[in-house]
Structure formats: structure tokens, C-alpha cells
Write a new protein. Structure first.
Length: 294
């Protein structure tokens, strides 16, 4: 890490489920952090870590050379970054976008930031709150080599950094992974439900699955929640997985891919949300499969 990047203050916008543990990692790595969040109460406790909490996004950006974004989606990013107050501050600053958005959305943002005289990198992450806390996220950077070289040290505070390619390719890699999260979890919930309804003991189902080439570690991670029908205190909420599936479907259409099976998963996610699980863990897909409406 260059000395400048090692000590560069970081404006961190978005202190949600992922933003908070990521900020903790930055602080542990020795970065001064100026945080801002739309809902101020979520940022206030960060003061105990020595984080400076800004009253506005513009106030945070003014105090740093690099801006890290961990916001819900492209609409939120635009609402925060491309306001009249912030736009004029982007010249000469670097923006590192770390949420999950579509490649086309990321490329459009890169263009807007470049037009304003700033530098844009995308660095979406694989892994959830436990990995964010441990600094073991997989960071999929999409950026020009010099820009990544400048900020690789900072990104290393979050986990292992993979250079996916240019802007858009990190976002594409992330969406490719999240399609698997959605499809695998839906498929697991469905097979589990069939086995249960036919009276096959869950242990027998899992024993065979674990011994097979079909097994994925995520199945065991989600099994306990599914069996207990307990989806509160989420690492990754159902509404965010639906967002990512929608993004994948629209990008697939743009690329001429038939993503038919994923449209079925989208229907299950919508049903889980209709059942009241929007802010619950996405393993609530199980309830949609079980058809527990009303
Ligand atoms: N959770 C995970 O496991 C995980 C893992 C990898 C990637 N991601 C991705 O990382 C991003 C953040 O996820 P998260 O789990 O941290 O989500 P979250 O807890 O819902 O946080 C979302 C953040 O975006 C802010 N926000 C949303 N709309 C806004 C708007 N219009 N204006 C200003 N701020 C706005 C929220 O502010 P308020 O607090 O005011 O609502 C909050 O700070 C998402 O793209 C998600 O898909 C999540």
C-alpha cells in the first residue's frame, strides 16, 4: 500500500448491515473514517470506534480523497453521489462503489464520475456480515490497473482482492455469483420440502446430499434457519436478493440469454416478500416453496 493510501481518510457513505462491519475493518487497518448514513441513528454508534459522523454526504466527501459507497442500489447511489452538493466535489477524488449493481449501471456511473473529473472503481463483494467482520470478503474489483493499484491496499482491509477487469466486469462477476445464491437456495429449499413431504428424514436427505457432488456449503449454512422457520436478524435480506435477481434478469435479456429458470426463482422471492419476509434472511425462500400464504 502506498503511504498516501494507507493514511488517506475515507468518506464512507452507507452504514447499513454491511457498511458498519466494513467501517470497523477500515478503522482497524488504521484509516480515519468519516461516515454518513441517510438514517443518522445507524451511523451514530460508530463514534465509539473513533469514526467521525458527518451530517451530510457532502460534508463527508469534503473531508476525504476517497469515497466508499455501500448503498442499496444504483438509484440510491445516484441520490447520494450525484446531488448538486456532491457533484461539484468529485473532481480529483476517487469513488469506490461496493454495492451490488448491474454492469451497465456501474459503467454509466463511471462515465458520470469521469465527466465530473473524478475516478471511479467498482469493488462489489462476495460474503456477508461474518466475512465483513473478519475481513474475509472476496472483493471483485473492476477498474483500470492504475486506479486499482492506488486503492488495492485500502480494499485489502475488507478481504482478498480479485481484479475482474475493467469497470462493469467486477459487477458482472458479482451478479454471476448472486444468481447462484438465489438458484441454489431455491433448489435446496425445494428438494428439502419434497423429501420432508414424502417422510424422508432430514438427516437422511442431508447425509446423501453431503456425500454427493451436488452439495454446496451454503445448504448447511441455511438448514438450521429453514428447519426452525427462523429468518430474523438477517445477514442478507430477501428484498436485496430479489433486487439482484431482477438485475441479473435484465442484464441477461440485454445479452440475449434465456434465464427462464431464474424467473421462477424471482416468483418465489416475490412470494416470500408478500408473505412478509422482505427484511428477513433470504432463506425465507423456504416459506414460498412451502406455499404458506396468508
Ligand atoms: N448483506 C449482505 O450480505 C451483502 C453482501 C454483499 C453485498 N451486499 C450488497 O451491498 C449493498 C448494501 O447492502 P446491506 O446489506 O448493507 O444493505 P442495507 O443494510 O439495507 O443498507 C443499505 C444502505 O443504503 C442506504 N440507502 C438506501 N436507499 C437510499 C437512498 N435513496 N438514499 C440514501 N441512502 C440510501 C441505506 O440507508 P438507510 O439506513 O437510511 O436506509 C443503508 O445505508 C447492497 O447492494 C447489497 O446487495 C450485501
Amino acid at each position: 500500500m502506498s503511504g498516501a493510501a494507507a493514511r488517506a481518510p475515507v468518506a464512507f457513505l452507507g452504514t447499513g448491515l454491511m457498511g458498519r462491519p466494513m467501517i470497523r475493518r477500515l478503522v482497524q487497518a488504521g484509516h480515519p473514517v468519516i461516515a454518513w448514513n441517510r438514517t443518522a441513528e445507524k451511523a451514530a454508534p460508530l463514534r465509539e470506534l473513533g469514526v467521525r459522523v458527518a451530517a451530510t454526504a457532502a460534508d463527508a466527501v469534503t473531508r476525504a480523497q476517497v469515497v466508499v459507497l455501500m448503498l442499496t442500489d444504483a438509484a440510491a447511489i445516484r441520490a447520494v453521489l450525484l446531488t448538486d452538493e456532491v457533484r461539484g466535489l468529485l473532481a480529483g477524488r476517487s469513488v469506490i462503489q461496493m454495492g451490488t449493481i448491474a454492469p451497465s449501471e456501474s459503467r454509466a456511473l463511471a462515465q458520470d464520475v469521469a465527466d465530473l473529473g473524478g475516478e471511479y472503481l467498482e469493488a462489489p463483494v462476495l460474503g456477508s456480515i461474518p466475512e465483513a467482520e473478519a475481513g474475509t470478503l472476496i472483493v471483485m474489483a473492476g477498474a483500470a490497473e492504475p486506479a486499482l493499484a492506488r486503492w488495492r491496499g485500502l480494499l485489502a482491509a475488507f478481504g482478498g482482492v480479485v481484479h475482474a477487469g475493467e469497470v462493469g466486469q467486477g459487477a458482472a462477476l458479482k451478479l454471476a455469483m448472486n444468481q447462484l445464491i438465489a438458484a441454489e437456495t431455491a433448489a435446496f429449499a425445494l428438494s428439502l420440502a419434497l423429501a420432508e413431504r414424502e417422510g424422508v428424514p432430514v438427516e437422511t436427505f442431508m447425509e446423501v446430499l453431503r456425500a454427493s457432488a451436488l452439495y454446496a456449503p451454503t445448504f448447511d449454512k441455511k438448514l438450521e434457519r429453514m428447519l426452525a422457520h427462523r429468518y430474523g436478524d438477517p445477514n442478507f435480506p430477501t428484498r436485496h436478493l430479489l433486487k439482484d435477481v431482477e438485475l441479473f434478469l435484465s442484464e441477461a435479456e440485454r445479452l440475449g440469454l434465456d434465464a427462464g429458470p431464474l424467473a421462477g426463482v424471482r416468483a418465489l422471492l416475490r412470494r416470500a416478500i408478500d408473505q412478509g419476509h422482505a427484511d428477513d434472511d433470504y432463506s425465507s425462500l423456504r416459506e414460498a416453496v412451502l406455499g404458506r400464504d396468508g
